[in-house]
Design a protein around this ligand. Structure first.
Ligand SMILES: [Zn+2]
Length: 82
């Protein structure tokens, strides 16, 4: 599935998308709902560098604390079927 891999490196995370976190916090790896990070730091950063979007990750089951300011590189779409 080379095409799928290429697509995933280019695609955007839309608000509410299910994503898999695989960043530096290994004990937080798993599935989350992604939303654009609303904090001031990220809003300012995005205004300066439009490609550097950060995300808030929400646990869809409410069992894990949400994470803020997560880099785009730390998450990928968890679904390949839509
Ligand atoms: Zn932030």
């Amino acid at each position: 599935m080379g095409e799928d891999t290429l697509f995933r490196t280019l695609d955007l995370i839309e608000p509410g998308d299910l994503v898999r976190y695989h960043g530096s916090l290994t004990n937080a790896h798993g599935l989350y709902l992604a939303q654009p990070c609303p904090c001031e730091v990220c809003s300012l950063r995005l205004r300066i560098t439009a490609t550097d979007a950060r995300y808030v990750l929400l646990d869809p089951w409410g069992e894990v604390a949400s994470q803020q300011c997560v880099r785009r590189q730390s998450i990928t779409h968890s679904t390949t079927c839509n």
